[in-house]
Design a binder for this molecule. Structure first.
Ligand SMILES: Cc1cc2nc3c(=O)[nH]c(=O)nc-3n(C[C@H](O)[C@H](O)[C@H](O)COP(=O)(O)O)c2cc1C
Ligand SMILES: O=C(O)C(=O)c1ccccc1
Length: 360
């Protein structure tokens, strides 16, 4: 199979991975309505290209929270990269580094923050879930700062895990050899216990995630870490305004790749109202069904400062390790630059709502 676009990595990965791991990655919650809506929203978007613009050079560089990136396309946090490649997040980081891309490392990463940081000179951020064990969060935030991570991302859309029926049917549990090594063993005990007709991840999350998280807790985290804190999982203007009011350093518009509330609106449909509510007060990032340069262009035009891809880096990691991840990200960035040229938008500053038909 010749890999020429993002979905090709998915086909290779599907052939290589155990069926239950593939289902864990691909699956959404419930009837997968939101998973489908994320992709459908991009398929509906139509562009208004401008002509007679000098596009002999196209610039995709972007500065985010003070860090300069070669591309506005980064990697969303996803747990347990060793499920798909023995080098796990270290290879992902090396791939992101080669592409000059942001990598948001998951709290449930399977390699240590130190080893991941050693593999990349590009910016790394650390994603956190709100755990009942508050000391584990504070400890991890401190180790992230020590390892040179540039920001924290608090995932706000997971007071409990969505009901992912594929995982329930498969009785899915993460292989015991793949561990969330940045969390202590007591916290992770029982997280690998396989039970027919149940998702071990959902059972573990029910025990360890703290569903009482509110805006007041953001202050607690901000007091304990000097790192900027972004909030991931925002889908409304109301919550975007609240995030800004409570000192969030950024917002990630996301429905968790259709894995949390099934029936939630497509992430792309939520983007304009969030951008309007934020009104430039902080960066707005986006994730959900970005699969090509055109998708990135559409989200950037609707006001995202950067976009993240979740499943594609896992496919690319499974298919080709660090090289696969680097090729995925440079390929997506090349597609973005190509479409910027054809749309008559040579810089990201030229990419605005007027590019999207019906939004101008
Ligand atoms: C296998 C998998 C694991 C994920 N793990 C996490 C996680 O640990 N923390 C988190 O905030 N989001 C997690 N997500 C959600 C992603 O960060 C992101 O929101 C989503 O995948 C973006 O959609 P996309 O896959 O369509 O690009 C995960 C998603 C997948 C597919
Ligand atoms: O967040 C997720 O989507 C996810 O699958 C997960 C589940 C448990 C722990 C970490 C991530």
């Amino acid at each position: 199979m010749t890999v020429i676009r993002t979905d090709d990595y998915g086909r290779v990965a599907r052939e290589r991975l155990p069926a239950d791991v593939w289902d864990f990655i691909e699956g959404g919650s419930g009837d997968e309505l939101t998973l489908a809506a994320n992709a459908a929203a991009f398929r509906r978007a139509r562009l208004r290209p401008r002509v007679m613009v000098d596009v002999s050079t196209v610039d995709t560089t972007r500065t985010l929270l003070g860090s300069r990136l070669a591309t506005p396309i980064g990697i969303a946090p996803t747990a347990y990269h060793q499920l798909v490649h023995p080098d796990g997040e270290v290879a992902t980081a090396a791939g992101a580094d080669r592409a000059g891309a942001l990598f948001v490392v998951a709290m449930f990463a399977s390699r240590t923050l130190k080893d991941i940081a050693a593999a990349s000179a590009a910016p790394l951020w650390l994603q956190l879930y709100w755990l009942r064990r508050r000391d584990a969060i504070a400890d991890l935030a401190e180790r992230a700062a020590d390892a040179g991570f540039a920001a924290l991302v608090l995932t706000a859309d997971a007071p409990r895990l969505g009901r992912r029926l594929r995982d329930v049917r498969n009785g899915f549990a993460v292989d015991g050899r793949v561990r969330a090594v940045n969390l202590d063993a007591a916290l992770m005990a029982a997280s690998h216990d396989r039970r027919a007709g149940a998702s071990a991840l959902a059972a573990h999350a029910a025990q360890t995630f703290d569903p009482s998280l509110t805006w007041a807790d953001l202050a607690w985290l901000r007091e304990r870490s000097a790192l900027p804190v972004l909030i991931k999982g925002i889908l409304t203007g109301e919550d975007a305004a609240a995030a800004v009011a409570h000192g969030a350093a950024g917002i990630i518009v996301s429905n968790h790749g259709g894995r949390q509330l099934d029936g939630a609106i497509a992430a792309l449909d939520a983007l304009p109202e969030v951008v309007d509510a934020v009104a430039g007060a902080c960066p707005v990032l986006f994730d959900g069904a970005v699969r090509g340069g055109r998708d990135a262009l559409v989200a950037l035009a609707l006001g995202a400062d950067a976009v993240l891809v979740g499943r594609p880096p896992l496919w690319a990691l499974a298919a080709g390790g660090a090289d696969g991840v680097a090729d995925l990200l440079t390929g997506l960035t090349d597609e973005l630059a190509h479409d910027m040229a054809l749309a008559g938008r040579p810089t990201l500053a030229d990419v605005d709502r007027r590019l999207i038909w019906g939004h101008s």
